[in-house]
Design a protein around this ligand. Structure first.
Ligand SMILES: Cc1cc2nc3c(=O)[nH]c(=O)nc-3n(C[C@H](O)[C@H](O)[C@H](O)COP(=O)(O)OP(=O)(O)OC[C@H]3O[C@@H](n4cnc5c(N)ncnc54)[C@H](O)[C@@H]3O)c2cc1C
Length: 287
């Protein structure tokens, strides 16, 4: 597989990136390149111009305060996200997801924005970001707009970002007290494995009862999905072995995974049941 020819532009501000993306008919953003270059080689898509984010320092910023929450520049590398004590303390499921992404080499190059914008149904950071209620700050020729990460996906590899738009940053509010978010991913190998199924659960516990919850599944549909029936089921209940088992069962019945080269639909449904149950029990056990 030979990488096709392209011109590389290296602007130094977000404004210039958006302008550069409007030059020519087939310009694309390149961040770490770990997804893009593979897909260009495989001719999954094409690009005449690649616009690099590498020299845009404002996209590599990370900031956090209790009041404003976390702002994560889109070009923050996965390794820096995983190594951040602030993220690990306040958003541990994001750390867990990042730590399971690819290998050391991949995490050293890959960015969180690239993971989100790859729009793969198995991309590791998307589940936790949806569970934490993260917002995408999208910069474009007409300024910036904000949209929930949950709603930016139109299909595999497709987002609502228009021509000249980029993901500038991700914003997440600090979770309320009593909220626990857990991420788990199943693959046949321990490392370098795209998820066969991933599950992210968020539960807010008050006086031993679940008062709010989100169940987010990856690799069981063309995009990440939320299991609203399971979320309804756990609300108002104590998370016990029995409740968690039933929640897993409802989640597995309400998703419609496909059979592909990596797993059958039935196997994926079984995994959903197990991962949702395990996450819920881990959350109440404080793991
Ligand atoms: C060997 C290998 C193992 C992998 N393992 C995993 C894994 O376990 N889990 C996983 O989730 N992924 C995995 N990946 C996929 C990939 O590494 C990740 O999705 C990574 O986070 C992509 O980030 P990047 O910065 O390299 O993105 P790039 O490859 O640079 O870009 C990916 C896509 O997003 C677009 N894009 C990038 N940044 C922006 C932005 N700011 N605004 C708008 N569009 C943007 C690009 O145009 C491109 O379409 C693996 C890849 C390889 C090669």
């Amino acid at each position: 597989m030979i990488l096709p020819r392209f011109d590389l532009l290296e602007p130094s501000s977000v404004k210039e990136v958006c302008q550069a993306l409007q030059t020519g008919s087939n310009a694309r953003v390149i961040a770490g390149g770990t997804d893009l270059l593979v897909n260009l080689k495989k001719k999954v898509f094409s690009a005449d111009i690649l616009v690099s984010l590498g020299k845009v320092s404002e996209l590599k910023d990370m900031s956090f305060s209790d009041e404003k929450g976390l702002t994560l520049g889109s070009a923050v590398r996965i390794i820096d996200m995983v190594d951040s004590p602030v993220i690990n303390t306040n958003f541990p499921a994001l750390t867990a997801a990042g730590a399971k992404l690819g290998s050391w080499q991949i995490r050293n190059r890959a960015t969180v924005g690239g993971n989100v914008c790859s729009a793969r149904p198995a991309a590791d950071t998307i589940g936790p970001l949806i569970a934490y209620g993260a917002t995408a700050v999208i910069a474009g020729p007409d300024g910036t707009r904000e949209e929930l990460i949950e709603t930016i996906y139109k299909g595999p590899g497709q987002t609502t970002l228009g021509k000249g738009e980029i993901l500038q940053a991700i914003r997440i509010k600090k979770p309320s007290a009593g909220t626990r978010v857990s991420y788990s991913k199943y693959g046949t190998r321990q490392a370098m494995e795209i998820a066969i199924v991933s599950a992210t659960t968020s539960v807010t516990i008050d006086n031993g009862t679940c008062v709010d919850g989100k169940i987010v599944l990856g690799a069981v549909a063309p995009t990440y999905i939320r299991c609203l029936k399971t979320e309804e089921f756990i609300k108002g209940k104590k998370i016990t072995e029995e409740t968690a088992e039933q929640a897993g069962q409802i989640a597995s019945e309400s998703c419609k995974p496909i059979t592909d080269i990596r797993a059958s639909a039935d196997y994926r449904r079984q995994l959903v049941k197990i991962l949702v149950k395990r996450n819920l029990l881990n959350s109440v056990a404080g793991n």
